[in-house]
Design a binder for this molecule. Structure first.
Ligand SMILES: C[S@@+](CC[C@H](N)C(=O)[O-])C[C@H]1O[C@@H](n2cnc3c(N)ncnc32)[C@H](O)[C@@H]1O
Length: 262
């Protein structure tokens, strides 16, 4: 786990107002899923997790993809912001403790690192190891292979939009882009949350009766599609303000390994 290897670096990574603290799901996962690996973050939203993973671990490269171009633009801005605050390099000072070196006021005054580091994805270390792309995962194909795929809180959207066929195609596609022995990290949303989404959206309401697969069937389906369950980790967050009940939000994250011989 993160704290075993890196200690409590939470303070170094508190970015109030822009990205918050280290994501509790990432913190709960074994760090070797990221160290020296290439990472694909599917449904990266505003890029917080992609940027955290790429900057805190020794990630070769990280690609964050999201269907929403506005979010991808936010992700690029967020990356620039985090990169602009990294302190000067020094042999005795690991990247993790160089975070938030420059105060936010200086970034505002002297401007951020500009997009120049957003060229092609390469392995020169943070921030050059990060790229964001606006794409629909259901239409996306990649020649690049990844060691680790993050699919956090995304399966419900793929399922409601693409139905069972879309979900199965997603699992197959993720299998194809993973390196042998690579890891698929999934945080599936509950069936209850599908019902909630359907109440708010008439397209999803019409999708619901056509869906036969339930989130509890995912382990069996992934097993049939060339994955082995390696571990399940749980993380706890304080519930966001808009949750009906106070308390903690428990999140289960499943780590699957691509089978060597499916
Ligand atoms: C609930 S958010 C999860 C964000 C992040 N992965 C996390 O767990 O904190 C789901 C994200 O998936 C994106 N998304 C939904 N459908 C997608 C698709 N077909 N292709 C790529 N991204 C998609 C949404 O735009 C949104 O940013």
């Amino acid at each position: 786990m993160f704290t075993e290897r890196y200690g409590n670096y939470q303070n170094y990574y508190s970015m109030r107002g822009d990205g918050s603290v280290l994501d509790s799901r990432i913190k709960a996962l074994p760090y070797d899923l990221f160290e020296n690996t290439s990472v694909l973050d599917v449904g990266c939203n505003n890029g917080t997790i992609t940027t955290q993973v790429a900057s805190l671990f020794n990630v070769k490269y990280a690609l964050g993809i999201d269907i929403d171009l506005t979010l991808i633009k936010k992700a690029e801005k967020h990356l620039e912001f985090v990169a602009s605050r990294i302190g000067p390099s020094n042999d005795h000072c690991p990247m993790i403790s160089r975070h938030n070196f420059y105060p936010i006021s200086s970034i505002k005054k002297f401007s951020r690192i500009q997009k120049k580091f957003q060229g092609s994805l390469n392995e020169q270390g943070f921030p050059h190891n990060v790229q964001f792309q606006a794409v629909d995962i259901q239409r996306w194909q990649s020649k690049k292979r990844f060691h680790t795929i993050l699919a956090l809180s995304i399966t419900k959207w793929i399922h409601l939009n693409g139905l069972d066929e879309g979900l199965l195609a997603f699992f197959k596609n993720m299998h194809a882009v993973l390196e042998t022995d690579g890891a698929l990290i999934i945080e599936p949303q509950s069936w209850d949350s599908y019902l909630k989404a359907a109440k708010k959206n008439s397209i999803f309401e019409r999708s619901l009766p056509k869906i036969r697969i339930r989130p509890e069937n995912f382990p069996e389906i992934l097993e049939q599609n060339g994955f082995d369950l390696q571990t399940v980790v749980s993380s706890e967050d304080t519930k966001p303000k808009n949750y009906e009940q106070k308390g903690f939000l428990k999140r289960d994250v499943f780590v699957y390994r691509k089978k060597r011989n499916p």
